[in-house]
Design a protein around this ligand. Sequence first.
Ligand SMILES: Nc1ncnc2c1ncn2[C@@H]1O[C@H](COP(=O)(O)OP(=O)(O)OP(=O)(O)O)[C@@H](O)[C@H]1O
Ligand SMILES: [Mg+2]
Length: 499
Amino acid sequence: MTHVLRLPMPVVRHHGTGNLVARVTADATRLRSVIDVGVVQLPLAALTVCATVVAMALLDGVLVLLTLASFAVAATGIALILKHVRRNAIAQQNATGTLAHRFTAHLAALVTVKAYRAEARIGLHLGNDAAQVTRTSMAGARLLSLITPVMGLGQQTAMVVVILGGGARLVDGTLSTGSFAAFLLYLLQLVGPVTLIATGVGRLQSGIAARARSDALLAIPTEPYLGPSDTGAEAVPVPAPAAPAAPAPVPVPGAPAVSFRLVSVHHAGSASPALKDVSFTLPRTGLTAMVGPSGAGKSTALALVEGFMYADTGEVRVLGRNVRDWPLSELRRHIAYVDQQFTLVEDTVRENLLLGHDGPMATPRLRDALESVGLLGDIDALPQGLETVLGREHDLSGGQRQRLATARALLTDAPVVLLDEPTSQQDGLNEQRFRAILDDLAATRSVLVVAHRLSTVRDAQQVLLLDGGVLDAPGTHNDLLARSIRYRELVRGQTGRPA
Ligand SMILES: Nc1ncnc2c1ncn2[C@@H]1O[C@H](COP(=O)(O)OP(=O)(O)OP(=O)(O)O)[C@@H](O)[C@H]1O
Ligand SMILES: [Mg+2]
């Protein structure tokens, strides 16, 4: 699971969260369910078969060869079946993954699904996915059920061959009646364990396929701990506890907080670039506002600073170092980030506030942070206050979640603060409160805020106007008002008045 948490964001999006959950949970369960077969039943059955064959060989070598030849014919048929069983096991697991992914995604959008009365429609789609799971499972059951009759056929053949061969050897006196009877008894005893091996190997296929899927998942490189220029090679995934051997890079004194130089980037699967030759610099302290229409590339720019994705061309530097050279955990330690969805984790308010801290923090500090974003009263009103688990019975409103996410960023001492539309859901009072927070933060840190509100943008030392992935020359609000038609349009859209 830690491996999955460490996968790069584009990889997680590509596989789908539900699918990854299915691989970690259902595949692991499948693997465990066949452990008894692989570890206990099969070795025991194999031992019994070996011992019986040795005993039979001591009675009559020729008859043993005839027996083995008969079973070999059946084994060839079974090998063929097992090949299909393995293929079917992979198809079953893929179908389960697809179903789990869609179901998880639809559950995440349940409010919308209900609001648009789409339960039946979505249920139909899920039903199709479930039917695919049923089809592959039925095919798998049919294949497995073939094993016993094929084995039975092998046994019948062996019986006939041994009776004929044994009879002939009885007549020519090379085999005694007692030995022949004992041989037949051993042959009957052989059938049970041999069938057990055949069906056991069949059942093992789903475990082997689950193991292959799990290995494939583990083979996907995690986010690189070391950047390529550190190693001179491909980024090497190293689990965090083992890192770092060399001292972690430190910020370059006096370097800008963030700098973009001719940065272009595509999202995977997207034909047009989200950013085109974007260059700007954020000073070590002060407020920079990023504005632009929806889809302009604002969140993408923040994702590049956070190392969620890397530029196709150009260079992104944070605190003087190329983002590719920062160990990601160190890079992110230097950045406080409030994402556009102001995500909370399903845990207590305290744990939500403490994300980004390795140890505990005194309650008064947490309360101060909540107070400064105007959330203390709301949290105190929850049944267990700071210890209330958010996300199930108790949840916060959109604006409250946004303020909790801001309080979380305030509690870090990160020198770079990235806020992606942090006031999109705030009322006028909280908007004003937020202005004061921004000023406080910007006095000692570099703050980049994606904002639409004029009140935030007006006082920023620098405004970055992005449009269609292209950045206008940075300037102040007044500079841009004076020279940019696009900016004037945006401001007019905000105020309803000509700028
Ligand atoms: N995960 C993704 N996969 C593919 N394309 C994406 C992805 N995320 C964003 N894009 C595309 O990249 C472009 C920039 O998106 P981005 O999220 O950076 O815009 P934005 O300026 O933050 O918009 P908004 O104001 O609506 O949040 C858009 O055209 C969008 O469709
Ligand atoms: Mg955005």
